[in-house]
Design a protein around this ligand. Sequence first.
Ligand SMILES: Nc1ncnc2c1ncn2[C@@H]1O[C@H](COP(=O)(O)OP(=O)(O)OP(=O)(O)O)[C@@H](O)[C@H]1O
Ligand SMILES: [Mg+2]
Length: 255
Amino acid sequence: MSSERPLVLHTEDTSAPCAIRFEQVSKVYRLFESERKRFLAAFSKRVPFEEVRANDCLSFEICRGEAVAFIGRNGAGKSTALKMVTGVAYPTSGTIEVNGRVSALLELSAGFDAQLTGIENLRMRARLWGLTKEQVDDLLPRVIEFAELGTFIKQPLRTYSSGMRARLGFALAVNIEPDIFVVDEALSVGDKRFAEKCLERVHEIISDSKVTVLFVTHSSSSAQEFCRRGIVLASGKAVFDGPIDAAIEHYDTRE
Ligand SMILES: Nc1ncnc2c1ncn2[C@@H]1O[C@H](COP(=O)(O)OP(=O)(O)OP(=O)(O)O)[C@@H](O)[C@H]1O
Ligand SMILES: [Mg+2]
């Protein structure tokens, strides 16, 4: 089934054997000469633009509990694919099915409200994620402790540095026990000590065999450590999908 119109189906059904399914998924970004032209394009079809095909007819299925590394050069389309799993980006065509709750380490502070305090933002995000009030009450102390923001946790987010915002997003993302965990390793969070603590926690989650993991990395050794399967992307296309060692060899020798 391939549809003309893009379609994203998101369910909480964790009994489905397939956690994620991409069918003929493409994402095309439009590049304008300036922000002004981008704005004008909303009103006129005559504004010129170029197109970037960030993902090009991607099709794959990821089973529940599988850990898959996405490998490829800068600009190959890895983050774009992950963003569509989390709902931050929307496909231009094709079908995406996601079964389970997703937690993501990308765009960490997207969706936070600058006027609300750290705690209020955490509460809002956790409720949006589908947790009950009781579950949120139970979770918050752990998240607050992990974030290590001291008294700032009660201050509005506009008073935070960018690293502090990222800490808040990270602390929530790694403490909510997701069904599907999406990690874009290129992301570095906070200062050195906090980044190390984060990495340790990420490794813990990835090692849990119940969690489905999508892992973007430029490090062959981390990909081999955590994933048995690798998908190699090149210019938005999946050029290899198979055992991780073979995927890395393909990337090292051909891409
Ligand atoms: N918001 C955007 N607007 C326009 N083009 C974009 C946007 N986001 C990504 N692109 C383009 O889409 C392509 C794929 O980008 P993407 O971020 O998915 O690559 P990547 O594989 O994650 O690269 P990296 O290893 O550098 O993180 C690139 O050509 C990039 O310039
Ligand atoms: Mg990227």
